[in-house]
Design a protein around this ligand. Structure first.
Ligand code: MN
Length: 446
């Protein structure tokens, strides 16, 4: 029996914005450890082949730390006489000829004869090796995501392809018809062309969900998926690698799962959360928050608590409510799911009036959640902010025009603060001055 270890999508060196530098290093180390476990398995099981289906690195120009790590792992395999065959994926292929001289990071290892790289991205290249008296043909084609989206990347090369060897194994890195998401626009391999290749096993990287399928011609189609969760949204996917056991006319695949760092997405819809105080209501912006404002006290005569699911539309007379930005609401929800070893994504969504949105201290929530977790990414892209007075849609997320926002706030103050003409005039002048100062200070910066 000939055995091969199949892995892909290790994404070594991946970067996370806003992850503390020491934790970023730790995270990158755990991605390395996942790949190291695959190499460990190859050594323990005395595999005959180590097959890599692309995206070993997260970038075409990995850091020296990742290059050194990979060199050491390849050396371990080399010392155990396990040959390595690899292709590049969309992440570790330069997207243009100018970028890094158009050279993939795997070329360095290939130049030192540590791996065999199928570097060509427009036709399948093959290599024959003899293992246990069998002629094993391994072929591959590196990925090129600049290809036309509507043509299977194998369309031209499949016509020339001849089956060779007693056992025939292919390496590719693209989405696969039926497995790829319909809404993602990228070149996709057709099952028809894959079947025409007459392989015994087809190892295809790229999609991070592990898959296995048998084609009509008998080939085993394998997608290893990742060896760690790379991006949020992948937390439910298994991580691991495949072990192929092959003899002529017979292929079996065993999936080996790998442990992962906890990852989670928490969705908080703010639409029906308790209403905020109306504009310029007594407690607005005043000193310390009382217990009742924090939502901790029972209802009182003069300060009744709104229902938890009360209307999000507030008016000037609305009662005081828990300040959900600062108070127990969002923070409690995050605290409940927090775990010091976890990568947490918090997705705020829903329709929220402007005043309530301004109450949320996003930076403070982000900072606290980052303390309670290994990492927290706070997202507001699904949050719709509107002006409840005009029911006017202001924007999505947090990227407003600060100048326009300032003017709108001044307008609100003018309308609500006082009926006295002299006071109104003072407010108006103050507003004009503020506006001019803002424009002067941000001139050229916008
Ligand atoms: Mn990929």
């Amino acid at each position: 029996m000939i055995t091969a270890i199949v892995t892909s999508d290790n994404h070594l060196g991946v970067y996370y914005a806003r992850l503390r530098p020491d934790r970023l290093e730790e995270r990158r180390r755990s991605l390395q450890r996942a790949f190291e476990r695959v190499v460990d398995a190859a050594l323990e099981r005395r595999a005959n082949l180590f097959l890599h289906a692309g995206d070993l690195f997260d970038r075409p120009d990995p850091r020296n730390a990742e290059r050194l790590f990979v060199a050491r792992q390849m050396r371990r395999l080399g010392e155990a006489n396990i040959p390595i065959f690899a292709i590049t994926g969309n992440h570790d292929s330069p997207r243009s000829y100018g970028y890094d001289g158009g050279i993939a990071p795997q070329e360095e290892l290939a130049a030192l004869d540590a791996i065999h790289l199928f570097r060509n991205s427009h036709e399948v290249q093959s290599r024959m090796v003899e293992i246990q008296g069998q002629r094993v043909c391994i072929w591959g084609m590196s990925s090129d995501f600049n290809r036309p989206l509507d043509v299977c990347p194998l369309e031209d090369t499949v016509k020339e392809h001849q089956r060779e060897g007693d056992i025939n194994i292919g390496l590719l890195h693209y989405g696969v018809e039926g497995w790829a998401r319909a809404d993602v626009q990228e070149p996709t391999l057709s099952l028809e062309n894959l079947d025409k290749l007459q392989a015994d096993a087809l190892c295809i990287g790229h999609l991070h969900e592990r898959q296995q399928k048998r084609l009509p011609g008998g080939a085993v189609l394998l997608n290893p998926g990742g060896t760690e969760h790379i991006h949020f949204g992948e937390e439910k996917l298994e991580c691991g690698f495949w072990i192929l056991s092959m003899e002529p006319g017979h292929v079996e695949a065993e999936y080996v799962p790998l442990p992962t760092q906890p990852m989670r997405t928490l969705r908080i819809d703010l639409t029906d959360w308790p209403a905020p105080p109306g504009p310029l209501s007594p407690a607005w912006g005043e000193g310390e928050r009382s217990e009742s404002e924090m939502g901790l006290a029972k209802d009182t005569e003069e300060d009744p608590q709104p229902e938890f699911n009360s209307s999000p539309v507030a008016n000037g007379d609305s009662p005081l409510s828990p300040s959900w930005g600062e108070g127990p609401g969002v923070r409690a929800a995050i605290e409940e799911v927090s775990d010091p070893s976890q990568l947490l994504r918090v997705r705020l969504s829903g329709r929220v009036p402007r005043e309530r949105f301004q109450e949320i201290d996003l930076a403070a929530i982000q900072a606290e959640a980052n303390e309670r977790n290994f990492y927290c990414q706070l997202e507001t892209a699904e949050l719709t902010v509107y002006d409840h007075a005009e029911d006017l849609l202001i924007g999505y997320g947090v990227s407003f025009d600060a100048g326009a926002e300032l003017k709108h706030q001044m307008q609100c103050v003018l309308e609500n603060y006082s009926d006295d003409a002299a006071e109104q005039e003072i407010c108006h002048l103050a507003g004009q001055h503020l506006e001019m100062t803002y424009d002067r200070l941000t001139k050229g910066a916008r």
